[in-house]
Design a protein around this ligand. Structure first.
Ligand code: 6PG
Length: 235
């Protein structure tokens, strides 16, 4: 368990950006291409901005495929849309990249099935899963990650799909699609970003090896997982 604590959210963002650029470069050198799973929510936004400001000329973005870990169902121009936020912060600066944007303006089950089909086009691991070279994850104060919420009927740790519909998210909006824990078994490198004292209690649980919180289960799936925290979030 690689846990790194920084003195502020911007320091977390700068570290996440620097480490991600290294991982992207290493994957491109090894495979000739790289898949980066973007994280929704607000925490990663500072890091997207740092990359857009400081690293645009350090990566061959034509070798990068962007996918999104989870997305809210609704109009693509909804203020809730994760992809739209990241597009404004980073993706519009790298038009030469490949973008697999969720079809989040479909009905939730159709959107999940459509994204599952999209992800099947990605390079695969020896286990036949999409190879997720770099995965960013956020986490909620309840220990959720992606749109996998603890104790909820929509969270099935044994689900063998890559993408699941979520219809009763306790975090609005209610309808989402999300990568599953099964999909995360294709992760090669995971960076978890968590800042603010609101995450501290969940982190106290999640950093225990016996934790069953979704963020803990996601972290345990990949041996190359780094937790990037600020002092306020660190237990
Ligand atoms: C979402 C996110 C969600 C998020 C956490 C943390 O679509 O809501 O994927 O899982 O990462 O809720 O959100 P903040 O970073 O805004 O605290």
């Amino acid at each position: 368990m690689n846990t790194q604590t920084f003195d502020s959210p911007i320091a977390v963002a700068e570290a996440a950006a620097a480490q991600t650029i290294q991982l992207l470069t290493r994957s491109i050198e090894r495979y000739g291409e790289v898949t980066w799973v973007l994280a929704g929510g607000s925490t990663p936004n500072l890091a997207y901005e740092v990359i857009a400001e400081q690293y645009l000329d350090t990566v061959d973005w034509s070798k990068v495929t962007f996918i999104l870990g989870d997305e809210r169902i609704g109009p693509l121009d909804s203020p809730d849309n994760n992809w739209q936020d990241i597009e404004n912060l980073l993706l519009r600066h790298v038009p030469e990249a490949t973008f697999l944007r969720p079809f989040s303006d479909l009905a939730v089950s159709e959107a999940a099935a459509a994204y599952e089909t999209s992800l099947a086009t990605l390079p695969q691991t020896s286990d036949g899963l999409p190879r997720l070279d770099v995965v960013w994850l956020g986490m909620g104060p309840d220990g959720h990650t992606l749109s996998l919420f603890p104790g909820h009927s929509d969270f099935n740790p044994t689900d063998t799909h890559l993408v699941t519909p979520v219809e009763h998210s306790p975090k609005p909006p209610a309808e989402r699609i999300s990568l599953t824990l099964h999909a995360l078994h294709g992760s090669q490198n995971v960076i978890i970003l968590a800042t603010g004292e609101g995450k501290r209690d969940a982190l106290k649980d999640a950093l225990r090896s016996t934790s069953h919180l979704p963020i803990a289960q996601a972290a345990q799936v990949c041996s190359n997982t780094s937790w990037l925290l600020d002092e306020a979030a660190t237990p």
